[in-house]
Design a protein around this ligand. Structure first.
Ligand code: MN3
Length: 204
């Protein structure tokens, strides 16, 4: 089974003015596509893994054959992270509500305090990487950040939201102004997606 680039759940210009169409198209058709090509290349050497999902591979990287371990972490992580990233954004406004809203209030204070902490994590990620809202194995909500294409699922967490803070995610429009990109991203966040994942954790 070869991985293939899936269409985005919205058009390239659907996130304007917060993220421009050119950034979205290059990010999807060049960056994400390239992770998939390199992941397929790595897996070519191990046909026995062809039916194992990328999530399963990333959940226990010690089981990945040594000769492709780094390639799967980098390129497989890149593929998996971008799928989450596209779904973490919505072309129409969504609202934090229900049991996730309560859980966020209990963990971070109110929604405003959550955004302060989430933005600070995304801002302070040094160099290329990600900031995440995750549920830990003991079911606590936490904000985390990872380098490059490292992924919280490799550390036992379940991802509710992820923001890409590699420069390619924002440089065309925002240049070095990462803070403006993070602030704009708040208008795009897909709470419906986070809620759907959270339901699977709350009611396994
Ligand atoms: Mn990216």
């Amino acid at each position: 089974m070869k991985y293939e680039l899936q269409p985005l759940p919205y058009s390239y210009d659907a996130l304007e003015p917060y993220i421009d169409a050119q950034t979205m198209e290059v990010h999807h058709t060049k960056h994400h596509q390239n992770y998939i090509l390199k992941l397929n290349e790595a897996l070519d050497a191990h046909p026995e893994l062809s039916e194992v999902s990328i999530e399963t591979l990333l959940k226990d990287v010690s089981k990945i054959p040594q000769d492709i371990q780094t390639a799967v972490i980098n390129s497989g992580g890149g593929h998996y992270n971008h799928e989450i990233f596209w779904n973490s954004m919505s072309s129409h406004p969504t609202v934090l509500q229900g049991n996730l809203k309560d859980a966020i209030a209990a963990s971070f204070g109110d929604e405003e305090s959550f955004w302060k902490q989430f933005s600070a994590a995304a801002m302070s990620q040094f160099g290329s990487g990600w900031a995440w809202l995750v549920v830990t194995p003991d079911r606590r909500l936490e904000i985390k950040k990872t380098n490059n294409q490292d992924n919280p699922v490799s550390h036992g967490d379940t991802i509710l939201l992820g923001i890409d803070v590699w420069e390619h995610a924002y440089y065309l429009k925002y240049q070095n102004r990462r803070a403006e990109y993070i602030s704009a991203w708040r208008s795009l966040v897909n709470w419906d997606f986070a809620q759907r994942v959270y339901e699977t954790i709350s009611h396994p």
